[in-house]
Structures are given as structure tokens and as C-alpha cells.
Design a protein around this ligand. Structure first.
Ligand code: TRP
Length: 451
């Protein structure tokens, strides 16, 4: 079942692989969710809890997914099948790969819609369209965009084309794009930190972390931290299986994962500093999510002067962040389509892009034409978010850790991870006992919050 180990099927360099996975993890979660969560949940105290979740839940799961992908050097469905076969487990475990692909498909549908707004704002600000806009008119123009199905359709289509473009040439194309996009992203972040020290309120930026208030940490904030770690680390969607497929056999997965987590955490904190440094704290809590990005930030840049340029650069930075995330989201679907339909990479990319484009259209129409269509009180957009991110995702992950922890043999896993013996033992203990309990906590709280 193993595909050929031809070098064109591998990442060119290990750092490119590390940046590719980091690129998938750095996205909207870091930009608009993390700063808000930290400020609402006890500042630095939440950061500490979150980092613990990353180490205890995120790291072991990320290692497991990468190892499975690499062991088979095949698409996610094949990879799970291969592991099951090698370890004498039932081949029905491949179902995990199918549910994770389905979840990735749904996540892409709502994620790409928001990404296309970011793209629209990049062009609007670069063209000078946000000039002289007060916060009220910025709010009005954001609302106007959401009520304009045609504009949304155009931006959504453009964004899907951008994503498909990167994927078209397989891992070679991916590798080349990451080499440009990720350094550009990191340079932009540093650039904005410098700008902040001149024009923004650097002290306010750091202040939100300096408040360390453990009294606000409750079970529910721990679960929030767990779910956030889970989403921002791109777990449970087959993405890491798909990226792991292209890893050379000798790469130490444990070490690579540590670096990836470090990059994600540093970037997360940097975005927090930027958000709180540029935007007044009370505005941050009142305008979380879309309002933060599309109304408050351009408004702050406008107040500084040179609003359009600063906004354009910022939206370019976020565009890159969501671009590298959405590319990662589609990769497993493309690989699976290539394999199951036995078609070329190009056909697979075209087919998958058309499908996600079509579902995305429903998501974007739910802001205007289809706004009154509700299922269980939710619009299509909210429903996609709820079913995929809150339900399917943790359930799939739970099945995956049970499979890895309880069905696969240590010798197989040790070889698949190619990491240090002590790390392997700690990892295996976490995956068998600790991670499943944490995931059950996430699942039960998502179910409770809705029903
Ligand atoms: N990690 C991304 C973010 O923080 C979102 C995301 C979740 C994702 N799962 C993913 C991206 C899988 C790529 C692949 O915004």
C-alpha cells in the first residue's frame, strides 16, 4: 500500500514542513478568538491554562496524526487502513478518516466565507476604500457587505480559486507557496509590532497578559481553553495526516511538533498584543469576532492616520494566515479524492474546490437572502460551525485517540514517531489515558451548551 518514496512526494526541507503545519494552525482562531478569550478569562492565568492544554492535549494528538500519515505515506483514508491492517485491527476504523474529511469539508465551508471577507477588506483598504470612515460608517459598510450576495459571491469565488491554485501542483506547489507565504506572514507580524511601538499603545498590548487572575478560572474556562487549543491546532480533520504523508521517514516528529507549537503560541500572543495595543480594551470585549477585525481595527488605524495603508497591510497579513489554513483544510480532501476516484491531482483539486465552493454559497447566502432559514434556531452558517467544530470534530478526535492508544502496537508507533524513547513513553501514556478524558469533557460540554 505504500506509495513510492520518490523525493517529489516529500517536503523539500524540514523547516518548510514545520512552517506548513504552523501555517495551518495560525488562522482566525489566533487573530480574533484568542485575544478575546484571554481578556475574558483571567488574562495571563488563562494563557497558562491554555498552554497546559496545548502540551497535554494538543501535542500528543498532533504527534499521533502526523505519525499515522507518515507511516503509510498515503492519503488519510489509506493511512488509517494501513495502520489498522499492520496492527491486526478492524478495517472499519477507516471510518474515522471519513468523518474527519466530512468535518473538514464543513469547516472549510464556513471558514472560507469569513476568509473571503478578509480578502475583500484587503482590496478595499488597498484601493483607499476605507478612508475617512468613522466607526459607524465602518460598521455600516461591513453590514452592507454581508447584505450583498453578489459581492460575497465574487469574493468567495476568488478566495476558492486562490486556495485551489496553491494545491494544483501537489506537494511541490504547496512547498513553494509555503516558502513565500509563511516568511511574509512572520515579517508582517514583526512589522506591526514595530509600528505598534511607535503609534499604538504597547503597554496596553502587554497589559492584558500581565493581569494574572486565577480566581476567574473555572471548569468552564478550562473547557474553553481545551476546545480552543483543539481548534487552533488544526486537530481532528485529517490535515496532519495529509501533511505527515509527505514527511521523510527519519524526521523526529516529537521535535518538530514542539517547534510548531512554539510558533503557534508566540504568534497567538503577538496577535493578542497587536489587538490590545491598537484597540481600546473595552472595544475589544464589546466587538469580538468579525466586529473586531472588520470594524474596530480599521477604525483604530484610521485614528492613527495612514489608515488605509495600515489596514491594507493588516488584512494582507490575515489573508495569508487564513490562506495557509484553508489550503491545509482542503489537502486531505484532495488526497482522498485522488485516491478513491483514481484521478489526477488537477481533477481532484477542481472537483473538491467546486464542491466546497457550492456549500460555501449556502453559508454566505445565510447572511442575506436565506437569513430566515433556520434549523434548530441556527442559520446555515451557524449550523455548519456548530455541527462541524463543536460536535463532529471532538467525537472524531476521540475515536482517533482510542484507535491510536488502544489498537496500535507500541513497536509500530515507536517507528512511526521516530522520537526519543522518554518522549514516546510520556506520549503513549497521555494518548491512552489523559487525552481521551479531556476530549470527553469537550464533547459533553458542547452537547450541554446546545441541548
Ligand atoms: N487552526 C485554524 C485557526 O486557528 C483553524 C482550523 C481548525 C484549521 N482546523 C483546521 C485550519 C484544520 C486548517 C486545518 O484559525
Amino acid at each position: 500500500m505504500q506509495v513510492s518514496a520518490a523525493p517529489q512526494n516529500r517536503w523539500g526541507r524540514n523547516w518548510v514542513f514545520i512552517l506548513a503545519v504552523a501555517g495551518s494552525t495560525i488562522g482566525l482562531g489566533n487573530v480574533w478568538k484568542f485575544p478575546h478569550l484571554v481578556s475574558e478569562n483571567g488574562g495571563g492565568a488563562f494563557l497558562i491554562v491554555y498552554l497546559l492544554c496545548v502540551v497535554l492535549l494538543g501535542a500528543p494528538m498532533m504527534m499521533a496524526e502526523l505519525a499515522l500519515g507518515r507511516a503509510a505515506h498515503a492519503s488519510p483514508i489509506q493511512a488509517i487502513r494501513f495502520a489498522a491492517q499492520e496492527n491486526g485491527a478492524s478495517k472499519h476504523w477507516a471510518l474515522i478518516a471519513i468523518t474527519s474529511l466530512l468535518t473538514g469539508f464543513l469547516v472549510f465551508a464556513f471558514y472560507s466565507v469569513v476568509s473571503s471577507w478578509v480578502l475583500a477588506y484587503f482590496f478595499a483598504s488597498a484601493a483607499g476604500g476605507l478612508e475617512e470612515a468613522g466607526s459607524q460608517s465602518l460598521e455600516a459598510s461591513f453590514a452592507a457587505l454581508l447584505y450583498d450576495p453578489l459581492a460575497l459571491l465574487i469574493w468567495h469565488s476568488a478566495f476558492v480559486v486562490l486556495v485551489a491554485g496553491v494545491l494544483f501542483k501537489g506537494v511541490r506547489g504547496l512547498d513553494h507557496s509555503i516558502r513565500v507565504l509563511m516568511p511574509a506572514l512572520l515579517v508582517l507580524i514583526v512589522f506591526y509590532l514595530i509600528i505598534l511601538s511607535f503609534y499604538g499603545n504597547w503597554r496596553a498590548g502587554v497589559e492584558y497578559l500581565r493581569v494574572i487572575d486565577f480566581s476567574t478560572i473555572s471548569l468552564s474556562s478550562v473547557i474553553t481553553a481545551l476546545s480552543h487549543a483543539f481548534f487552533t491546532l488544526s486537530l481532528g480533520l485529517g490535515v496532519l495526516l495529509a501533511y505527515g504523508r509527505y514527511l521523510p521517514d527519519k524526521t523526529d516528529i516529537g521535535q518538530s511538533v514542539m517547534l510548531i507549537l512554539l510558533i503557534d503560541a508566540v504568534v497567538g500572543v503577538a496577535f493578542g498584543v497587536l489587538v490590545f495595543g491598537f484597540i481600546e480594551a473595552d472595544m475589544v470585549s464589546s466587538s469580538r469576532g468579525p466586529g473586531l477585525l472588520f470594524v474596530s481595527l480599521p477604525f483604530s488605524f484610521d485614528t492613527i492616520g495612514a489608515g488605509n495603508w495600515l489596514a491594507a497591510g493588516f488584512f494582507l497579513m490575515v489573508t495569508i494566515a487564513v490562506w495557509t489554513s484553508t489550503v491545509a483544510l482542503l489537502e486531505p480532501l484532495v488526497q482522498a479524492t485522488e485516491d478513491t476516484m483514481n484521478c489526477s491531482r488537477r481533477t481532484a483539486v477542481t472537483l473538491v474546490s467546486l464542491m466546497v465552493w457550492a456549500v460555501g454559497v449556502f453559508a454566505l447566502l445565510s447572511f442575506n437572502v436565506m437569513e430566515s432559514w433556520r434549523i434548530a434556531g441556527m442559520t446555515v452558517f451557524d449550523l455548519l460551525d456548530f455541527v462541524s467544530a463543536k460536535i463532529l470534530l471532538p467525537v472524531t478526535a476521540l475515536l482517533l485517540v482510542v484507535f491510536v492508544g488502544w489498537q496500535l502496537k507500541p513497536a509500530f508507533l515507536q517507528q512511526a514517531l521516530a522520537t526519543k524513547p522518554w518522549l514516546f513513553h510520556v506520549w503513549r501514556w497521555l494518548i491512552r489515558f489523559f487525552v481521551p478524558v479531556l476530549l470527553m469533557l469537550i464533547v459533553s460540554s458542547s452537547l450541554n451548551s446546545r441541548f
